[in-house]
Design a protein around this ligand. Structure first.
Ligand SMILES: C[S@@+](CC[C@H](N)C(=O)[O-])C[C@H]1O[C@@H](n2cnc3c(N)ncnc32)[C@H](O)[C@@H]1O
Length: 231
């Protein structure tokens, strides 16, 4: 870390030992499913410039807001269950912005029903990734992101895979990627090391050995571009 900023990542494996950086907190590290702030900082360095409009349709504890503001970007953020005054209550399947109006979108979505984010019935985190319905709802969010982005601009989507005792491995990231390819062209695929997992305990490591499964060690970060030519 230099000058209180995260390190600029030059490979496709990103690892941030701490959730936040700098003198002020970025999001809330206690929020379950919080994004490592270094992920958003790196994306903003590469795909935006000061003054650009950044949107996060599922903003959670507001990490994108705090990073974007400090970097001099304009930010509009939504969540179905806002936990801060600067987050607008909205369902990501219908974003109240004009088409072709946004410079960059970051989203870190639920990837199953493993975390309870809120009691709101429209929370996508209430749908299990074992059901195709999960991907159908996520595709509606994809369509909205595609609609609001300016042609040629970039979006990044952070998502994990899942393992369930009953159904085994569910390649959530790959299934989302198949949907994203219907709308966007790929720029790159980054692996984000997962730290501070609730499953990072001796008991869970013992279970992984005993029942012969793997604990999740990374998430996917899909970086995609809306092509210049309209779909
Ligand atoms: C992984 S968390 C986001 C974490 C956030 N990036 C942060 O750093 O705190 C996913 C968020 O998606 C929100 N969410 C779930 N369904 C939604 C929907 N239909 N529309 C908008 N937000 C939704 C949840 O309320 C939750 O806050």
């Amino acid at each position: 870390m230099k000058n209180d900023k995260p390190s600029f990542q030059t490979t496709t494996l990103w690892d941030f030992p701490k959730q936040s950086y700098g003198k002020t907190p970025k999001g809330n590290w206690r929020f379950r499913g919080v994004t490592p702030a270094g992920v958003i900082w790196n994306l903003l360095q590469r795909y935006t410039k000061p003054g650009d409009l950044v949107v996060d349709p599922m903003c959670g504890s507001g990490t994108t807001i705090d990073v974007a503001k400090e970097e001099g970007r304009r930010i509009i953020s939504y969540d179905i269950a806002p936990c801060r005054d600067d987050i607008i209550q909205n369902d990501a399947r219908s974003i109240p912005l004009q088409e072709n109006s946004v410079d960059f979108v970051f989203i870190d979505s639920p990837y199953s029903d493993n975390i309870k984010y809120s009691d709101h019935s429209a929370c996508i985190g209430k749908i299990s990734c074992e059901k195709e319905e999960f991907f159908d709802e996520i595709e509606k969010v994809t369509q909205e992101i595609h609609r609001i982005l300016k042609p040629g601009k970039v979006m990044a989507w952070l998502i994990g895979n899942h393992w369930r005792k009953k159904s085994g491995f569910i390649p959530v990231g790959i299934k989302l990627y198949q949907r994203l390819l219907k709308y966007f062209e790929p720029i790159d695929l980054i692996c984000i090391a997962r730290r501070h997992q609730t499953s990072n305990t001796p008991q869970w490591h013992e279970r992984a050995r005993k029942f012969n499964f793997y604990l999740r060690g990374f998430k996917y970060l899909f970086i995609m571009r809306k092509t210049e030519k309209q779909r």
